[in-house]
Design a protein around this ligand. Sequence first.
Ligand SMILES: Nc1ncnc2c1ncn2[C@@H]1O[C@H](COP(=O)(O)OP(=O)(O)OP(=O)(O)O)[C@@H](O)[C@H]1O
Ligand SMILES: [Mg+2]
Length: 297
Amino acid sequence: MIRLSLPQKKGGVGKTTLIKILAEWFSQNKRVLLVDFDDQCSLSELYLPMERIGNGRHKRPPLHPDYTPDNEDHADWTGRSSSADIFYSTREIHEYGVAEFENGRLDILPADSRELVYVREQEDKKIRARIEEIIDKFFGSEGIADMYDLVLFDTGPNESPLMRGVIRASTQTIIPVELEQQCISGLDAIIGMVIEEQSRRSKNHPLELTALQINKYRKQLSLHNGLLEQVMNQERLSQYVSPIIIPSRVAYAERDVRGLLPASVFQLKPSDPARKIAEDWCKFVESKLFPKETADA
Ligand SMILES: Nc1ncnc2c1ncn2[C@@H]1O[C@H](COP(=O)(O)OP(=O)(O)OP(=O)(O)O)[C@@H](O)[C@H]1O
Ligand SMILES: [Mg+2]
């Protein structure tokens, strides 16, 4: 089973947008689980009618469709399920079904902002280390491997035990990059986090830095071209840069609005450039994540 994270400390680079594109591509012929560890809940909101609580400050998942309050088996269940539940050994995990296809499906374990903020803000070093361990153990378990071919993690910006736990639980990482000075300056730090994790892995449990993924590229901007050149001139960065550069296009941003149709970039006309680039990018990621299947096809 492949577990992919898109870590980035810089906000707004397109983590959630890119995860949504990958989820829609891979769920057509694989069992895909989305896990939202971001207390902004943006990924969850794309797929579920999240409920606002605490005077609107927080968001939680809706009642699960399988929940029946009269069912004795559900007596200990609140009827909701979120990624924060994995930190409580007494809670059962109930993923929410999003879409089913003949050969694949898409499920999500959504975020619960109040609970994730509580987890994220733990300051005790031992508790923080424990959070990382729990994420790794839960998603590396046989139960998850039996149910899914691919797990995609979304995290919020800023370093936290949640981001480190997700990197620890990953088999692959794609680092999204925006061609803005702040993002480029922070690249070494985020690559460093991945390399540090790689160095603690055993040979039979590797972590791959699959790609640096340039997103929101605007070819008419000299700033973007200058920074792209800077990245490509540094071997320690350029060796990872994905061959597919994702441009800034309204079509991608529009797909991030719940209820706006078509909901997926893959439902746009086959000739639509935004769809074509997304397909090329997903095929590239597929060749990295599932090399054997791609070679056989
Ligand atoms: N290639 C693109 N072209 C146009 N707009 C994009 C593109 N990628 C992302 N966006 C838009 O940029 C904004 C930020 O993207 P997104 O929410 O995916 O970033 P993020 O890294 O998940 O942010 P955060 O750090 O807050 O979680 C969104 O409005 C999204 O629709
Ligand atoms: Mg996001």
